[in-house]
Design a protein around this ligand. Structure first.
Ligand SMILES: [Zn+2]
Length: 125
């Protein structure tokens, strides 16, 4: 698996294409067991807010929010695939769908940790 510093990505139908600055490769790839991610099922990695550029299909992206309405989850309105989200635990970062990266097989990632999203970091005292 080769991760370039600037990496191309797309949803399944390619209505949405974007590129990411990944100077350190895949940053903290993880799954999450919160009520949403456990259904979505994607492996997520992090990128700075200015590290994603939507090249095509900005108008096809839809926003989903729930619970505290803090995180912003974006998905393609044509094929339904999750592309990226502005994180609740670190609003200065996006999480993005590792499976959207061109040339990257998420099944090659071993021992991907599961974040405790049921007890979300922002809810802990
Ligand atoms: Zn799509």
């Amino acid at each position: 698996m080769i991760i370039n510093k600037v990496h191309k990505a797309a949803c399944h139908c390619r209505a949405v294409e974007f590129e990411l600055d990944l100077p350190n490769g895949l940053a903290s790839p993880r799954r999450c067991d919160c009520s949403f991610c456990r259904m979505r099922g994607a492996i997520v990695a992090s990128v700075n807010l200015d590290g994603i550029r939507i090249l095509k299909g900005q108008d096809k992206l839809r926003l989903y929010q729930f619970n505290t309405m803090t995180a912003k989850h974006y998905f393609c309105s044509v094929c339904g695939i999750y592309t990226h989200h502005q994180r609740r635990s670190n609003p200065k970062e996006y999480g993005f769908n590792v499976a959207c990266l061109e040339g990257v097989n998420p099944f090659e990632l071993k021992d991907v940790p599961v974040m405790d999203g049921i007890n979300h970091p922002a809810d802990r005292k």
